[in-house]
Design a protein around this ligand. Structure first.
Ligand SMILES: NC(=O)c1ccc[n+]([C@@H]2O[C@H](COP(=O)([O-])OP(=O)(O)OC[C@H]3O[C@@H](n4cnc5c(N)ncnc54)[C@H](OP(=O)(O)O)[C@@H]3O)[C@@H](O)[C@H]2O)c1
Length: 266
């Protein structure tokens, strides 16, 4: 299998395209000739990326400045996307929080669930009927190694990414033979604005520099995996070790280890 061939009027959608992995996914799709719909809240960033990609790749780029944690705004976008000819949907927007759940800002945690879980579900449901009727389409869901095991002091994020990981791999199984593919991107540490968005400044102290993956490498691995119809893409050696450790270490052991590790973040 390969990525659907772009045709006149078709679009690939990337959420969280204003920075990090999403911006790199947009770049990678543009290089492959896909015209784009870029989604995030920061319109200035999306406009700048759109202009750069139009000039560099001769593609069409539309911008949708949407808060995907807002149900009404999201519903409007989903309604539009359900009527468009989409080659690819990259469900990538997301953020994390760290610290004890009891001390957390409840609204920020709720929005995290809306963005990392409900929006991914809504957008996927919006585009699936069209892709299935055309027997052509590719859906990428950005989960995380954080979703492979309990994550005390990263509780909401770990739970949302367990949802994303399971949604992607389950849907991958359902779509066999339909012409539509769903692939999970489950990265470990990737150099982006992730730490800043999570409000922590010392992620570098937890993960030595050589173990970080660039957003470009993560995105390229994801798009190649999507094109190959893979179930799961885990970019980088460290993330692969994390994945095996997270899945096979007894939960009674891995929970306290994660609690200690996350307890060092500030
Ligand atoms: N970096 C890592 O180490 C890592 C590891 C595993 C998984 N991930 C996952 O990778 C994905 C991309 O994150 P990243 O690392 O590239 O971080 P990032 O640089 O912070 O990018 C996050 C993107 O999500 C968008 N976003 C956040 N809240 C949004 C909202 N309410 N509505 C619409 N868009 C929103 C942001 O745009 P605006 O602020 O402009 O809205 C931004 O474009 C996330 O799902 C993250 O959980 C990251």
């Amino acid at each position: 299998m390969s990525l659907p061939t772009p045709v006149t009027g078709s679009r690939a959608v990337v959420t969280g395209a204003s920075s990090g992995i999403g911006a790199a996914l947009a770049e990678g799709l543009a290089r492959r000739g896909h015209s784009l719909i870029l989604v995030a809240r920061r319109k200035d960033r999306l406009d700048a990326l759109a202009e750069r990609l139009r000039r560099a790749h001769g593609i069409e780029v539309e911008v949708r400045a949407v808060d995907l944690a807002d149900r009404e705004a999201r519903a409007t976008l989903c309604e539009e996307l359900s009527t468009r000819t989409l080659t690819v949907l990259c469900n990538n927007a997301g953020y994390a929080t760290y610290g004890d759940l009891a001390d957390a800002d409840a609204e920020r945690e709720r929005r995290q669930v809306e963005l990392n879980c409900v929006a991914v579900h809504d957008l996927t449901l919006a585009v699936l009927p069209g892709m299935l009727s055309r027997a052509s389409g590719a859906i990428l869901i950005t989960g995380s190694t954080a979703g492979n095991q309990p994550g005390p002091r990263n509780t909401t994020y770990a739970a949302t990414k367990a949802f994303a990981n399971t949604l992607a791999e389950s849907l991958h199984g359902e779509l066999t033979g339909t012409g539509v593919v769903c692939t999970l991107l489950a990265p470990g540490p990737v150099r982006t604005e992730y730490g800043e968005a999570a409000g922590v400044s010392n992620l570098d102290e937890l993960v030595p520099a050589p173990l970080w993956v660039s957003a470009e490498d993560a995105a390229e691995a994801a798009l190649n995996g999507l094109a190959a119809g893979r179930r799961r893409v885990v970019p980088g050696a460290f993330a692969k070790v994390q994945t095996v450790g997270g899945q096979y270490t007894p939960r009674g052991l891995v929970g306290p280890i994660m609690r200690m590790v996350y307890g060092r973040l500030r």
